[in-house]
Write a protein that binds this ligand. Structure first.
Ligand code: ADP
Length: 175
């Protein structure tokens, strides 16, 4: 007998993206967690109107941090970056909505918090590039790579960790 009833299973979102749905992986980095900014950061995306489909507090192992930032492997700051990401718990999130990848990048602000625009998360809440409190996928493909299955592997979420639900305020957010 399956541990989970069929009724409950229907509410789990497949880890593979639905056609035409855009998702981004947002993460409160260890400094954001330690500084008590989890609620503040979640709130920015929540108030914007995007839909939260996955959320967990998680201690990232070194190999996952290395895989997540594999495109930066040759950068001189790579070892420091990996150490930073595994230095404490992170908050992993999957957010969904039209144009969510680019919009989340705008809400987050540029990589260096000192040049990030006021009003953005980094512009308002951080000062150092190596302590910039939040991550957001830089393309829809990377959103899927980071949330879901990409070339037969998963990064931050496993099958069964995303929830399928509809925001009941959708008619007030989407035309
Ligand atoms: P972003 O997070 O804005 O997409 P990148 O993908 O270029 O930026 O870099 C990933 C992360 O690596 C940054 O968020 C930051 O934490 C760290 N990082 C980037 N550049 C530097 C740097 N010059 N020195 C230290 N850390 C850096």
């Amino acid at each position: 007998k399956p541990f989970i009833s069929f009724g409950a299973r229907r509410h789990l979102q497949p880890i593979i993206a639905k056609e035409g749905v855009e998702r981004t992986y947002i993460m409160v980095k260890p400094d954001g967690v330690q500084r008590g900014l989890i609620g503040e950061i979640i709130s920015r995306f929540e108030r914007k109107g995007f839909a939260l489909k996955g959320l967990k507090l998680f201690q990232c192992p070194t190999d996952l941090a290395e895989e997540h930032y594999v495109e930066l492997k040759e950068k001189p700051f790579f070892p420091k970056l990996v150490k930073y990401i595994v230095s404490g718990p992170v908050v992993c999130m999957a957010w969904e909505g039209p144009g969510v990848v680019a919009s989340a990048r705008k809400l987050i602000g540029s990589t260096n918090p000192l040049t990030a625009e006021p009003g953005t998360i980094r512009g308002d809440l951080a000062i150092a590039v190596g302590r910039n409190v939040v991550h957001g996928s830089d393309s829809p493909d990377n959103g899927e790579r980071e949330i879901g299955i990409f070339i037969f592997q998963t990064l931050w979420f496993k099958e069964g960790e995303l929830v399928e639900w509809e925001q009941n305020n959708a008619p007030w957010l989407l035309e």
